[in-house]
Design a protein around this ligand. Structure first.
Ligand SMILES: C[S@@+](CC[C@H](N)C(=O)[O-])C[C@H]1O[C@@H](n2cnc3c(N)ncnc32)[C@H](O)[C@@H]1O
Length: 276
């Protein structure tokens, strides 16, 4: 495949467009990232230059091109039980706090769900909690999983994973319990899948249609955004987080530099955040 060279002007125009439509900020020297991620799309769509691509993608009749650019430019790295501790904390310390006096479902948002490992891991954690606390959450548990990438949402919704995806963080015991073999692949069982609803959501958009949440997972996505956008996301998440609810961030992420609406809660295994 012939790789088209991207000029400095094209690079600046493209990264500014990408930030406009996704919030993703590319550093000064990520030319290779654009060319490696967009090379196939450029060839398939027969664009002669990045200027041609930008002209086309900016046309108001968006079509699939814009979607394809977003799918190519988002980083979807994820795994089962990523960092382990959030799910241990959820199961052993937090879920029990939401059991008493509930006449309504427990609601959890996985805000950048990628290929589905995060929301399905949350659902598996809920099942493991229910094993020890049968009858808890009689009104149900709703997990809303959102992402900007249509390709990731399509993949997540299927809930079928190959061995290389399964091998990233899934123990043999959990694989046995939560998956069914389908040929060479593994399908998430209905017990796990039925709690999760997938929706397309760009974190730049309003969150109000999602309703209120008891727990929000916003992990390993803020890293791609500007400080101003991180603050904006965290402030708007606080608006839809119930007062006794919790926010989980990625293991190296913290809200303190971007907003002061959260207080840090130390658990035995790591930190989570609550509205002040
Ligand atoms: C590295 S993955 C993180 C997945 C998961 N939360 C985890 O921690 O393993 C980042 C995800 O953020 C999504 N993303 C990037 N920009 C977004 C935006 N503006 N709105 C919603 N999702 C976005 C990407 O499509 C990608 O699936």
């Amino acid at each position: 495949m012939k790789e088209l060279v991207i000029s400095s002007e094209e690079y600046d125009a493209f990264r500014s467009y990408l930030e406009d439509i996704t919030g993703i900020v590319l550093g000064d020297n990520k030319h290779y990232l654009i060319s490696s991620r967009l090379n196939r799309l450029m060839e398939e769509s027969k664009f002669e230059s990045y200027t041609d691509l930008l002209r086309e993608v900016k046309k108001p009749t968006k079509g699939p091109l814009r979607e394809n650019v977003i799918n190519a430019m988002t980083t979807n790295e994820t795994m089962w039980f990523r960092d382990i501790y959030p799910f241990e904390v959820l199961k052993n310390e937090l879920l029990s706090q939401f059991v008493a006096n509930r006449g309504k479902p427990l609601r959890i948002w996985s805000a950048a769900c990628s290929s589905g490992q995060e929301p399905y891991t949350i659902s598996m954690t809920v099942s493991e909690f229910l094993d020890k606390n049968p009858g808890a959450f009689a009104s149900g548990v709703q997990i809303v999983a959102t992402d900007i990438s249509s390709a990731m949402l399509k993949y997540s919704q299927q809930g079928v994973y190959d061995n290389s995806a399964i091998n990233r963080g899934m123990s043999p015991e959990r694989k046995e319990r939560f998956f069914t073999a389908v040929g060479d692949n593994w399908a998430v069982k209905p017990e796990i899948k039925s709690r999760v609803t997938f929706k397309s959501l760009n974190l730049q958009e309003s969150y109000s249609s999602l309703g209120k949440f008891d727990l929000i997972f916003c992990r390993n996505v803020l890293i791609y955004f500007s400080s101003a956008f991180k603050g904006d996301i965290l402030n708007r998440m606080a608006e839809i987080l119930n007062p006794d609810g919790y926010l989980f961030l990625g293991s190296s992420e913290t809200p303190t530099r971007y907003t002061d609406v959260y207080k840090m809660i130390r658990t035995s295994k790591g930190v989570v955040y609550q509205k002040k």
